[in-house]
Design a protein around this ligand. Structure first.
Ligand SMILES: [Zn+2]
Length: 415
């Protein structure tokens, strides 16, 4: 089915990564950076030239498009989605992608900064790409495979389907979103305009990985009001909120309950910020677990740890504030077993072993799922994301294009 196809994913990818689309967590605007729209408008014009319908970009930078159905069956409308922005953690300005043909299995020294070495020891997945082509940045920026690989894969899938009308499918929607990396990818999304019943994000790592589970997440802020007095005359009066907050931090369990001591399916409670003055200080936490009901258990335990510290400071007071952040997408996806089953079928038709791993974090897909658009995450091949070591194997990107084409067909076959 794909033997004779001339994939366009690599040339598209090399073009997209050279457009700076870094988002900015400190911006109050949508999109957070205007430059993300440079990629939006390029993609819109390419989608039009491939022959897609309803191609639209808006003031927020979203790109919407449709591949019209060519089947007479009633097929659910599926959507493929990737994000336009790159992470604020590492520069995305002046990215110079390098295509390493026929990779030999050696460490790669990046030419613009020889201290940046992509080593086989640190990235053993490189070994699966020996004899194939890989792409890296040049040493001074990230590559932007997260998530321009997803975009290039979706664009090539659209190109394939438009050139191969013999492959039957329902209406397929394409969505590119700004500001995913700063947690704002769905803020101005128009789900009504999108009008899909199922979506897949293309924002995952190794070939074969399929992610249908994320953390559930809350944030907690404990604020301590001390008692202030002139320090020269504070004896038996002054209660220092900074010291109380420090004591709370020191009372947290040391051997478990932390990101540095947990992995796989374990959750954690993680202090992320302390702020304050002697009179009033606060400590902020993120709370994570795959099982939502455990968050309340963690919060109760955290509260009692803090209250125990406060017992020694009867004139001080404490407030304990919980804010919901996001929820495990599995709670939604379990009600739509076909979404995962069809993806698994596409993977195995493409010759891949399915590896299902829970994401120890959140994705736009978890937000979309709870907004009413169930949305697991598929692989693109991206590795070492958000860093100068970021790289991607060409064969993984091509495999992902195949998966999307097969998946579009599978939804039609089962309808
Ligand atoms: Zn991403």
């Amino acid at each position: 089915m794909f033997e004779k196809y001339k994939f366009t994913v690599v040339e598209r990818f090399l073009k997209y990564v050279q457009i700076d689309t870094q988002s900015n967590p400190d911006s109050l605007k949508h999109p957070s950076t205007e430059k993300q729209k440079n990629l939006s408008s390029l993609l819109a014009s390419e989608l039009l030239s491939i022959g897609l319908k309803d191609v639209e970009t808006d003031e927020y930078g979203y790109v919407y498009a449709s591949i019209p159905a060519n089947s007479h069956k009633k097929v659910p409308v599926i959507c493929f989605c990737s994000h336009l922005d790159t992470a604020p953690d590492c520069s995305g300005t002046n990215v110079k992608p390098i295509l390493h043909k026929d990779y030999k299995g050696i460490n790669i020294i990046l030419p613009d900064d020889s201290t940046q070495i992509i080593s086989v020891e640190n990235y053993p997945y490189l070994k699966t790409h020996i004899g194939h082509d890989i792409i890296t940045a040049s040493g001074q920026t990230l590559l932007g495979a997260d998530d321009k690989s997803g975009i290039a894969i979706i664009m090539d899938m659209a190109n394939y389907l438009m050139l191969h009308p013999e492959i039957k499918h329902g209406t397929i929607k394409i969505l590119f979103t700004p500001d995913e990396e700063i947690g704002a990818g769905t803020v101005n999304l128009n789900l009504k305009k999108l009008d899909a019943s199922v979506a897949y994000t293309l924002d995952g790592g190794e070939a074969g990985t399929l992610e249908d589970e994320t953390f559930s997440a809350d944030a907690v802020k404990i604020t301590i009001e001390g008692v202030i007095a002139h320090p020269g005359y504070g004896k038996a009066k002054l209660v220092n909120a900074i010291k109380i907050v420090g004591e709370i931090a020191a009372s947290l369990p040391k051997l478990d309950w932390s990101p540095e001591t947990t992995d796989k399916r374990q959750g954690f409670v993680h202090p992320v910020q302390i702020e304050g003055i002697a009179e009033k200080a606060s400590i902020s936490f993120i709370i994570r677990d795959f099982e939502t009901h455990k968050l309340a258990e963690y919060e109760d335990r955290l509260k009692s740890i803090a209250e125990k510290v406060l017992v020694n400071y009867p004139t001080s007071s404490m407030s304990f504030e919980v804010v919901e952040q996001y929820r495990n997408m599995k709670e939604v996806l379990q009600h739509y077993p076909n979404i995962i089953a069809y993806a698994e079928e596409a993977y195995s038709q493409a010759g891949l072993n399915v590896v299902k791993e829970p994401i120890r974090g959140g994705t736009d897909g978890s937000r979309l799922s709870f907004m009413g658009l169930p949305c697991p995450n598929l692989f693109t091949g991206m590795q070492a994301i958000h860093s100068k070591h970021e790289w991607i194997g060409v064969k993984d990107m091509k495999k992902a294009v195949e998966v999307l084409v097969l998946l579009s067909q599978i939804w039609e076959v089962h309808s």
